[in-house]
Design a protein. Structure first.
Ligand code: SF4
Ligand code: SF4
Length: 301
């Protein structure tokens, strides 16, 4: 995709062309989306190989795994287990603390865009959804993204009152992760149902409104070190808003803040909102190179 030539490339571009970027001097390179997809595939290939041919690099599933022997446990799964059983084995504490430290460094919802296997399906569903909206076959529906915190509390309350990990029954991330590692199950029909809801009803509905795993990493995201940085090359074209399914986090790109930024001499700002998944789609499409990754602790490194 050549973002420097025309903004039409965003609405008229094919899905596959978003895996390439054209640089200012006309060279083709892999887009951040392409690199992200490679990371997701590589992570899950390691899960697959651990069970299929006993390659012991990354064993288990996304809910609980061992990377080179180190325990890693999903934070929301740990909360559920503790509330359901009032018990937290030491391996679970170590695995959860390790994961928290990793995501405090690389960005909370980096999990959603760089690790979660459902994220890739959801991006494909998003493209179908956008096509249906542009052809006026369905209409765009927006809900309050904060509803995910209500679901987050409900699933934890259900674990506490029932003693079961109720969310895990409908957890598309866990279902897909187990499918990749261990093989088919009828639960995949539920993943397909969620996918179809996203295509025909609401864009990225699972990730934006429901997933308590993403909501938990989003809480870490508010204080994590890796962020998206905006600079005043921005001409407020709003193309980044089009591609971002959590575009409330891009509020700082709006023109209405220019006046007060000029008064204060501000030329750069970081996105602080933990809902940003650090997917890099906004960087891929910004023709003004006004967005980039930044690491807030770089002075310490
Ligand atoms: S950051 Fe880039 S894509 Fe977003 S509004 Fe500014 S110029 Fe447009
Ligand atoms: S702001 Fe950019 S990096 Fe963050 S979720 Fe939106 S498109 Fe992805």
């Amino acid at each position: 995709m050549d973002k420097y030539k025309t903004r039409n490339t965003i609405s008229k571009t094919s899905f596959w062309s978003t895996f390439w970027d054209t640089t200012k001097d006309g060279k083709k390179k892999l887009s951040i989306r392409a690199k992200r997809w490679m990371v997701v595939v590589a992570v899950h290939l390691l899960f697959f190989l651990s069970f299929a041919v006993d390659v012991q690099v990354l064993e288990g599933t996304l809910m609980g795994s061992r990377f080179l022997g180190f325990h890693l446990i999903d934070v929301f799964a740990t909360l559920e287990v503790y509330l359901a059983t009032y018990h937290m084995p030491i391996n679970m504490v170590i695995g959860t603390v390790s994961i928290v430290l990793v995501y405090l460094i690389i960005g909370g919802r980096t999990y959603c865009s760089w690790i979660c296997p459902y994220g890739l399906f959801s991006e494909i569903g998003e493209k179908f959804h956008d096509i249906l909206v542009s052809k006026k076959i369905i209409k765009e529906r927006e809900f309050d993204h904060r509803v995910k915190y209500i679901f987050w509390a409900i699933f934890l309350a259900l674990a506490f009152t029932s003693g079961y990990l109720v969310f895990e029954v409908i957890n598309v991330v866990g279902i897909l992760s187990r499918f990749i590692a261990y093989g088919w199950s009828v639960a995949l029909a539920w993943v397909l149902a969620v996918f179809l809801v996203e295509v025909f009803f609401a864009r990225r509905a699972w990730c934006k409104y429901l997933c308590p795993i993403g909501a938990t990493y989003g809480i870490l995201g508010w204080v994590s070190a890796t962020r998206i940085e905006w600079n005043d090359n921005c001409d407020h074209c709003m193309v980044c808003h089009d591609v971002c399914f959590e575009n409330h986090v891009l509020e700082i790109t709006k023109k209405k803040y220019d006046e007060q930024r000029k008064e204060k001499g501000i030329k750069k700002e970081v996105i602080l909102n933990g809902d940003c998944t650090l997917c890099g789609r906004c960087i891929d499409v910004c023709h003004a190179d006004a967005l980039s990754y930044t690491f807030r602790l770089k002075s310490l490194v």
